[in-house]
Design a protein around this ligand. Structure first.
Ligand SMILES: *Cc1c(COP(=O)(O)O)cnc(C)c1O
Length: 393
């Protein structure tokens, strides 16, 4: 493809295969070369002073980065994309691009915990106040907007607990007041939800998860609407952020298979979730893709799919029962990340990371990432784990 092709006429699977690479400009090779470099030279003083040379210094971009930025900009339907060294750096860069001292931020109560911590410490120190809202607030968000409110931050579904906010209702109320909308879209990826089409200005992702997809690289991305892009680009430049070329190359490689991987993650996770929902050791399953989940109708209306990440709550039991279940799993690693090819589990207590809502479930919350293993093998591993859980009563 050339840079001039009308890529928006292609469907997502086609874009994943072709976006962000230009074989005719790279001696016919299918993938972009990995440019290692700080110094970029100019042919003469005239060019150096003109500002016309596309690449001028390593930190300010190179053709490897341009490939990934361009592919994500296309997938998100954005005005531009910046790359940063982690998902949390994507969160901080996006927030710093639209907030100033004296501003108030409305943050969803179910945000990724390090995002909350950033708001309650560093942003607070710079004079930005954050208050938290119930993910189910809907158009009620309007009543929480103050004169100094500048932005609303969403994450969907909720971190750990998978509540589904009504994004169009919140976006409409926030837009009516001229606020900037940010969303952490790591769970859905632009294949299952395109934030900018729903009124979001800054679409944030931990590329560490499904974009990279192989648990071997840290990466963050922010894609912006035309209105939010100039401030995002300037903030990214001022903070001196850039991602390493080898990491970008691996993210581009991950992008090519993200569609087929996500289809499998989705199918396997729904199968495991439905199986868990029927088990006597399980009080409830938290997965908006399951019919009967409180967020299912909103998910089905707004999202095109679900990934491999969901939680379940056990019936009331001592922590030793959870230890017996999780410590003995053969195929699930105990680890905080997700989005790679392998299955993972964590145990977590949502009570410690909520302030606008309360968590009253008495069982333990276990979050699973369903990887690309055979689903029957994963279910057998979990079945043995639930037997060990029951044995501890
Ligand atoms: C992992 C994660 C992040 C942070 O990404 P890192 O690359 O680990 O910094 C942000 N948001 C969500 C929803 C995540 O799962």
């Amino acid at each position: 493809m050339t840079r001039d092709d009308d890529t928006q006429r292609h469907r997502p699977a086609t874009r994943l295969a072709h976006a962000g690479r230009w074989p005719r400009e790279q001696h016919g090779f299918v993938n972009p070369p990995v440019y290692h470099g700080s110094t970029v030279t100019f042919p003469d003083v005239e060019t150096m002073l003109s500002g016309r040379q596309r690449y001028v210094y390593g930190r300010r971009g190179n053709p490897t980065a341009a490939g990934l930025e361009s592919a994500l900009t296309e997938l998100e339907g954005a005005a531009g994309t910046v790359l940063v060294p982690s998902g949390l750096a994507a969160v901080s860069t996006a927030l710093l691009s639209c907030l100033s001292a004296g501003d108030h931020l409305l943050m969803i109560d179910t945000a990724y915990h390090p995002t909350r911590h950033l708001c309650d410490t560093t942003l607070k120190r710079y004079g930005i106040e954050t208050s938290y809202f119930d993910p189910l607030v809907g158009e009620g968000i309007a009543a929480l907007i103050r004169p100094e409110t500048k932005a609303v931050y969403l994450e969907a579904p909720g971190s750990l607990t998978f509540e589904m906010p009504d994004i169009p209702a919140i976006a409409a109320a926030a837009k009516a007041r001229g606020l900037t909308l940010l969303m952490d879209n790591t769970w859905a990826t632009p294949l299952f939800f395109r934030p900018l089409e729903h009124g979001i200005d800054l679409s944030i992702a931990a590329g560490t998860k499904y974009l990279v997809g192989h648990s071997d690289v840290m990466m963050g991305t922010v894609s912006a609407s035309a209105a939010a892009w100039p401030a995002l680009k300037a903030t990214h430049g001022n903070l001196g952020l850039c991602a390493g070329p080898d990491d970008i190359y691996l993210a581009l490689r991950g992008l090519r298979t993200m569609g087929v991987r996500l289809a499998r993650h989705q199918e396997s996770a729904l199968a495991v979730a439905a199986w868990l929902a029927d088990r006597p050791e399980v009080a409830r399953v938290l997965h908006p893709g399951l019919a009967g989940d409180p967020g299912h109708a909103i998910w089905a209306r707004d999202f095109a799919g679900a990934c491999g990440l969901f939680s379940f709550v056990t019936r009331k039991a001592p922590l030793d029962a959870v230890k017996a279940m999780l410590d003995g799993l053969e195929l699930f690693g105990l680890g905080y990340s997700w989005g790679g090819f392998e299955s993972l589990a964590i145990v977590s207590d949502p009570r410690t990371t909520r302030s606008a809502t309360t968590w009253t479930d008495e069982g333990h919350l276990i979050r699973l990432h369903i990887g690309l293993e055979d689903t029957d093998d994963l279910i057998a591993d979990l079945a043995a784990g639930l037997e060990r859980f029951s044995a501890v009563q």
